[in-house]
Design a protein around this ligand. Structure first.
Ligand SMILES: Nc1ncnc2c1ncn2[C@@H]1O[C@H](COP(=O)(O)OP(=O)(O)O)[C@@H](O)[C@H]1O
Ligand SMILES: Cc1ncc(COP(=O)(O)O)c(N)n1
Length: 272
């Protein structure tokens, strides 16, 4: 077998299996990369919501990253739920120490049910410590508003927010459009590489089962980068992966169900 790409997720655990570390590892597996994890927090969560969050000590995140980085090696990594400024600082310090550049920052702030996954006072650390290390940052619309300080109504607002967020140091950005219900039957993600904007337009699937869409998207993007895809191609693959996963949602649980991580591979007819 040719050399397998190695991918690390630094994120929170979702006991329900649809978001966080669990979504990331499933996505990595489906995209034929070797998945590793550094857990930052354990959430008590199902499709109905998050009922508790147990953050781990910042050293726990740092030591897990050190363990995999020093032994197995990391071709690309993503960050998800980081919860506190102290964990962000510990994670950023490891990324700097290893000199990793293929870094996808998914600036997770709030779960779909409304529970906070990032302390409000940690936003500054996210902007100042982590964004300068990001190859691509992937906020949803509410996260883009917090990071840019702008209220985003129009595509023009979104482009301005993208520029402002990139000014913190991220090389590229995708502002995801899942929360924008003004676009009718379209969902539009906006990609910006520091000079050019690209709108990725997909069909909006009318479903409540979108738990873990952001995690899954950023995990697929990270897998693509690890395999050496150019950034925009990795973004397009991640869009296709999440589109299939939402379209063939599993309808599990009694609330916002998870997406279907098997769907993309099955639709591609890829066999291993
Ligand atoms: N109903 C939907 N139909 C199709 N694509 C969607 C839908 N909801 C979200 N997406 C896609 O899923 C990804 C995650 O989007 P979003 O919901 O904005 O992020 P988050 O899960 O971080 O809140 C994006 O690529 C977005 O376009
Ligand atoms: C542990 C954890 N991390 C992230 C999310 C956000 O999920 P989404 O991808 O739906 O925004 C979540 N609900 N739980």
């Amino acid at each position: 077998m040719s050399r397998i790409s190695k991918v690390l997720t630094v994120a929170g655990s979702d006991s329900g299996g649809g978001a966080g570390i669990q979504a990331d590892l499933k996505t990595f597996q489906e995209l034929d990369v070797y998945g590793m994890s550094a857990i930052t927090a354990v959430t008590v969560q199902n499709t109905l919501g998050v009922t508790n969050v147990y953050p781990l000590p910042p050293e726990a995140a740092a030591e897990q990253i050190e363990a995999v980085g020093s032994d197995l090696g990391v071709d690309a990594l993503k960050t998800g739920m980081l919860f506190s400024a102290e964990i962000i600082e510990a994670v950023a310090a490891q990324i700097r120490a290893f000199g990793w550049t293929q870094v996808v920052v998914d600036p997770v702030m709030v779960a779909k049910g409304g529970a906070s996954l990032l302390q409000p006072e940690a936003v500054r650390a996210l902007r100042e410590q982590l964004l300068p290390l990001a190859f691509i940052v992937t906020p949803n619309l509410p996260e883009a508003e917090v990071l840019s300080g702008l209220s985003i109504r129009t595509m023009e607002d979104r482009r301005e927010a993208a520029k402002r967020i990139c000014a913190y140091g991220s090389r590229q950005i995708v502002i995801k459009g899942g929360h924008d219900t003004e676009n009718g039957d379209r969902v539009v993600d906006l990609y910006y590489d520091g000079s050019t904007f690209t709108e990725l337009v997909g069909r909006r699937i009318p479903t409540p089962h979108t738990h873990g869409t952001g995690c899954t998207f950023s995990a697929a993007l990270t897998a693509g980068l690890a395999k050496g895809l150019p950034a925009l191609d990795a973004v397009r693959t991640a869009r296709a992966f999440i589109q299939a996963a939402i379209e063939h949602g599993l309808e599990l649980g009694h609330g916002h169900g998870p997406t279907n991580h098997f769907a993309y591979r099955r639709l591609q007819g890829v066999s291993r």
